[in-house]
Design a protein around this ligand. Structure first.
Ligand SMILES: CC/C=C\CC(=O)SCCNC(=O)CCNC(=O)[C@H](O)C(C)(C)COP(=O)(O)OP(=O)(O)OC[C@H]1O[C@@H](n2cnc3c(N)ncnc32)[C@H](O)[C@@H]1OP(=O)(O)O
Length: 734
């Protein structure tokens, strides 16, 4: 953890060294300061280049030291600003040579330099806000001065990362190179020796501001509130940028400091920051997967995938083809019906065209000159060339088994066979093949080319190599793969079950869909349960309930309307489906939409009358329900199911569940994930509430508190990072 200096003629090169990403720890910053001072006073040095070791400039402050949030990151920013200020005031030109990443404090350091030279593949951003804080080392004051108010406002308030070509257009950097960045920066430095530096010092630069600034700031705050719900740091960013506009630089720096300090002084803001930082490390933690049998990420090496095949070109299949092609993997896309194949081809081509445009706008055209080639075919035999096959036909066990039987005989003996299912039994599918160890579940989320989550479902026989290969593939696809066990609905959807039932019971008891959705959306969920159900399609669950005899022709005669096998049951969604109200796809569901396929959910008087009549018919008394009761009634059973999932070793740790919810189910990151949220609320409180709920509703089994939750409370509610040790994964070799 140090910074070192070498000289190249009259140019001193300071290299930041703190593997793996040259994070700016206190020690690293001290070291940079020391070397920077040294070269200032060395008469042989006429210019200074600052770079990072191993192709990475710096990923910003060392987040590992933030655990003590309130002291460390706050003082670290002040300290880093001292370095930035020293570089800025230097009488010798200082050039940042940016390779890999310049993020957070890393970019703030580069902003303190007089010039910035970056490699074409470098990524730059002030990402602090995504960790619940904001740039506190001059970033909010310097960036608007460099690139203008509006682009700076966007970058700082959203944590947006830009690639070097875009950074060049924005004026964030001065030069882009495809060659050796440090050499290019040294060359650049030699050319600017002796040139006046005053105009290069951002602290002296005025900000170009549009006349309607107040409107811009207010609109920005409203937009951020919608986008990030109750997240405080985004709002504070706007205030800091307002200070940059209204105050001289030195006073702006003080205001930035004061606002950053206010985060550490507010319990809510501090909790949000902790949640976001936890979410960051949870995503890294899940890559170090482990299984109950003791296999883990270290015990197997992934196989590279050159050719992948996708069977079925419905919505999911098309999305999967797109993400494989974008990762430059050669794709064989198979359909059994000519018309479907043609529709699939057109849809994939259209998505890829859109993606190309987006990439060009993000300045990525240079890097993605080609997608992986795609062969669209009706010929199943072409699958013999694939290293890995992803079956993505609709959810029907008989059909999937038929396909896997064929795959077993057509594919190379070492080819991996994946099934894209949201809940079917992986072992049953694997059982028809001669290679169950190479069979695994890959639960993609819709739209598959956009959603980051991939639930990787290990079957009983899935080998560590198979798991490792698919986890590696998820990374290649830019996704986060989370290894889960094989049980009905796996982790995410299984936990959704009790949550959705609870929400529907609220409608029986007197609430309306929009009321329930509002509470959960204000909590921060991307969509409330009813808007989400309308988006997914109410018919999906209806079909599965008909299949399992809960409703429809298979329902046993004499079954009570609101009970199944002694458990509370609500027929409300079944009735909606019987009336053709499937959600957005039919223009009517829990809400009404302007058109079939419309997205703008409007409360529907028909639903309100229908609920009113239903309650009357079943003599249900309308109970007043507070916002807090709605929240606890819906979220605590979801969390409880999370504890069951952990106890049954379906998820290997709370982080796995939280990563699934943050990336697949629109859980607000500033709440960390459902298990983190439970730990913040306090396990005794969650348990007590569940006990009361269950006592009053013994016909709802999902309210019965999980054994693991009770055990943890009995043990004095240890912190979340210790829960894993209470699970059955003791034989893990981590
Ligand atoms: C000085 C105070 C002022 C400013 C405040 C800040 O700067 S806050 C920090 C802002 N920085 C960021 O938000 C960057 C966070 N990191 C990333 O986005 C990615 O890690 C990155 C740098 C793009 C690299 O991604 P990649 O996929 O290549 O690797 P991975 O994410 O697995 O990271 C590798 C290991 O490095 C650890 N790590 C990454 N960034 C930091 C960091 N800033 N501080 C500490 N550690 C960091 C990461 O946890 C991985 O560790 P491992 O033990 O291997 O899991």
């Amino acid at each position: 953890m140090s910074a070192s200096k070498e000289t190249e003629g009259a140019v001193a090169v300071i290299t930041i060294r703190n593997p793996p990403v040259n994070a700016l720890s206190q020690q690293a910053v001290e070291s940079i300061l020391k070397v920077l001072k040294e070269v200032q006073f060395d008469p042989a040095v006429k210019a200074i280049v600052i770079c990072g070791e191993n192709g990475k400039f710096s990923a910003g402050a060392d987040i590992r030291t933030f655990e003590n949030i309130g002291q460390k990151s706050d003082s670290l920013s002040h300290f880093l600003e001292d370095v930035n200020s020293m570089a800025e005031k230097s009488e010798k030109p200082v050039i940042a040579a940016i390779e890999g990443v310049a993020l957070g404090g890393g970019l703030e350091l580069a902003l303190g330099c007089h010039y910035r030279v970056a490699h074409v593949k470098a990524r730059l951003g002030l990402t602090e806000v995504l960790l619940g804080i904001f740039p506190g080392a001059g970033g909010t004051q310097r960036l608007p001065r460099l690139i203008g108010l509006l682009p700076a406002l966007e970058m700082i308030t959203t944590g947006k990362i830009v690639f070097a070509p875009v950074a060049l257009k924005l004026g964030l950097i001065d030069s882009v190179t495809e060659d050796n960045t440090i050499k290019a920066a040294i060359h650049f430095a030699q050319n600017v020796i002796g040139k006046p530096l005053e105009s290069r010092r951002l602290c002296t630069k005025p900000i170009q501001c549009p006349p309607n600034m107040e409107t811009i700031f207010n609109d920005s705050k409203i937009k951020l509130k919608k986008l990030f719900h109750g997240a405080i740091s985004h709002q504070l960013c706007v205030e800091a940028i307002r200070a940059a506009v209204q105050l001289p630089f030195a006073e702006g720096i003080l205001k930035e400091r004061e606002l950053l300090f206010s985060i550490f002084n507010s319990e809510q803001a501090r909790d949000q920051a902790k949640a976001r930082q936890y979410a960051f490390f949870a995503e890294r933690r899940v890559t170090k997967w482990t299984t109950p049998s003791g296999a883990n990420w270290k015990s197997a090496s992934p196989h590279p995938i050159g050719v992948a095949a996708v069977i079925g070109l419905g919505t999911m299949g098309r999305g999967i083809v797109v993400c494989l092609a974008k990762a430059q993997i050669q794709v064989i896309a198979v359909e059994q019906d000519g018309k479907q194949l043609e529709m699939g081809r057109k849809a994939v081509t259209k998505i890829l065209e859109r993606e190309t445009l987006t990439m060009q706008q993000r300045g990525l055209a240079l890097m993605s000159d080609s997608f992986g080639s795609i062969t669209f075919t009706l010929d199943f035999n072409s699958l013999k060339n694939a290293d890995l096959v992803i079956e993505a036909v609709y959810e029907n066990m008989a059909l999937k088994k038929e396909i896997f039987k064929q795959l077993s005989s057509i594919c190379m003996p070492e080819a991996f066979l994946c099934t894209n299912t949201s809940g079917l039994n992986i072992d049953e599918i694997a059982s028809v093949t001669g290679r169950p160890h190479l069979v695994i579940g890959t639960h993609f989320f819709s739209p598959a080319h956009i959603m980051k989550l991939l639930e990787v479902v290990r079957g009983y026989h899935s080998s560590p190599t198979t798991i490792s290969t698919v986890i590696n593939l998820s990374k290649v696809l830019g996704k986060i793969g989370v290894v889960v066990g094989n049980c009905p609905s796996f982790v995410g959807n299984r936990m959704m079950g009790p949550y959705l039932h609870q929400a529907i019971f609220l409608l029986e008891d007197g609430c309306y869909p929009e009321e329930v959705d509002k509470v959960l959306e204000e909590f921060g969920l991307a969509m409330g349960p009813f808007r989400m159900s309308d988006l997914v399609g109410l018919d999906v669950g209806w079909r599965s309930r008909m299949e399992s005899g809960l409703t429809g022709p298979k329902l046993l005669p004499g079954a009570l309307v609101r009970q199944r096998e002694g458990k509370r049951y609500s027929p409300l969604p079944d009735i909606l489906c019987e009336k053709g109200r499937f959600g957005q796809k039919t223009g009517r569901g829990w809400y009404q939409y302007e058109t079939v396929g419309g997205r703008n959910a409007v409360p529907d008087p028909w639903v309100q009358n229908f609920l009113h009549d239903y309650r009357k018919a079943h003599t249900i008394k309308q109970k007043p329900t507070s916002q807090n009761e709605i929240l606890e009634w819906c979220l605590y059973p979801l969390i409880n199911e999370g504890f069951n999932v952990l106890e049954e070793e379906i998820a290997s740790g709370p982080e796995d569940i939280d990563v699934i919810y943050n990336n697949g189910y629109g859980w607000p990151r500033h709440m960390g994930g459902p298990m983190f949220y439970a730990s913040m609320v306090g396990l005794p409180k969650v348990l007590t509430k569940l006990e009361v709920f269950y006592e009053n509703n013994p016909d709802i089994p999902s309210l019965k508190p999980s054994g693991l939750l009770k055990k943890l409370v009995k043990q004095g509610s240890p912190p979340l990072k210790e829960w894993r040790s209470q699970l059955g994964y003791q034989n893990s070799k981590l």
